[in-house]
Design a protein around this ligand. Structure first.
Ligand code: NAG
Ligand code: NAG
Ligand code: NAG
Ligand code: NAG
Length: 301
């Protein structure tokens, strides 16, 4: 039998097409290309721009954009204009630029959205994608209408990184997020969920073979992610957007103390909601309830 993720790729393409989404490679600049799933109607030259509100979904550090957000995209794409990019060095996005910080991811996302003709959108960020999202909103405040942050922190300071690694029993991020063995993949998913559902052995083996490529570049992204406490933004920027922190109540990577601290830093424009019996991967573990709260927030602007 072939690799399940290789088999799933064309199936996901068919499902996405049927859901009204199209795959686009966007040249951000020479040497930098980002892959996006976009609403088919948004690129059709004879169609007027869709009047649905645009929502940008930013992936976490494992898998690619669409695998991260599949349940949300299928649930939201009939009511919102959904955009799902692969971040640089994930999926089909690539750059020859040397920077590895969240700023470069944010800059390319913003430029990509402008090239796709979207100048203002709501942003939904998961984990690493949340940190990229906060950076995007800081660099391009006028582009971001509102933000939903799931299982994220504003910035990965050394203290946050140390505390979080200690909680999960690791000494560095690549060992955890870029496992070299099949049992490492199991550990990753087991820490990522509140309760890991039974999955066949080949699922772990196949994920291990397909999801952790580009290792050297990804290690560089993780090295650039952690910033010294001293260099961290002295003061949290005053985000003018409404911010909805939507997390699992049993996130082992960033527990409630991290989200509550973040809410305190963000102040009056942020609200927090915890989903019961869910871990870091709350949007995959509790998709119906997650989509319910996500839709409610995005519809209320
Ligand atoms: C984080 O951990 C590293 C390695 O143990 C240590 O060198 C560093 O001082 C710690 N930083 C903070 C802010 O606790
Ligand atoms: C944020 O707003 C407060 C009060 O309005 C102000 O004192 C502070 O300087 C602002 N911070 C930044 C980083 O702009
Ligand atoms: C909340 O948003 C308003 C505008 O929407 C902004 O003026 C204010 O500074 C924000 N507050 C904080 C604490 O960031
Ligand atoms: C979250 O983790 C931090 C750092 O280890 C710890 O101090 C705190 O008590 C934890 N909070 C919860 C709610 O478990």
């Amino acid at each position: 039998m072939g690799n399940i993720f290789v088999i799933l790729k064309p199936i996901i393409h068919v499902v996405m097409k049927a859901a009204g989404m199209t795959s686009q490679l966007v040249e951000i600049e020479p040497g930098t290309t980002m892959h996006f799933w976009v609403p088919t109607e948004s690129i059709h030259p004879n169609n007027k721009l869709t009047n649905k509100s645009p929502v940008l979904f930013v992936q976490g550090f494992v898998a690619n954009g669409i695998v991260t957000w599949l349940f949300q995209v299928l649930s939201l794409c009939s009511n919102f204009a959904v955009y799902v990019p692969d971040l640089l060095f994930f999926g089909d996005s690539i750059t020859t630029r040397p920077e590895r910080s969240t700023s470069i991811q944010a800059e390319c996302l913003a430029k990509g959205m402008m090239k796709l003709g979207v100048e203002k959108f709501s942003l939904v960020g998961f984990s690493y994608g949340g940190m990229v999202g906060f950076k995007l909103a800081q660099l391009y405040p006028h582009m971001v209408e509102s933000m939903v942050m799931t299982s994220a922190v504003i910035e990965m300071t050394e203290s946050i990184s140390n505390a979080s690694l200690k909680n999960i029993g690791f000494t560095n991020w690549p060992d955890f997020l870029l496992p070299k063995t099949v049992s490492g993949v199991k550990m990753l998913l087991s820490i990522g969920t509140q309760k890991l559902p039974w999955l066949p052995e080949f699922f772990y083996k196949d994920s291990h073979e397909t999801m952790f490529g580009n290792r050297k570049k990804k290690v560089e992204l993780l090295e650039a992610l952690v910033v010294s406490d001293k260099d961290a933004t002295i003061k949290t920027p005053n985000y003018s957007q409404r911010i909805y922190i939507l997390c699992g109540d049993d996130d082992k990577i960033f527990n409630k103390t991290f989200s509550d601290d973040m809410k305190k830093k963000l102040g009056e424009n942020a609200t927090v909601h915890y989903i019961k019996d869910a871990g870091h991967l709350v949007h995959l573990e509790r998709p119906y309830i997650y989509n319910h709260y996500l839709t409610k927030f995005l519809s209320s602007s």
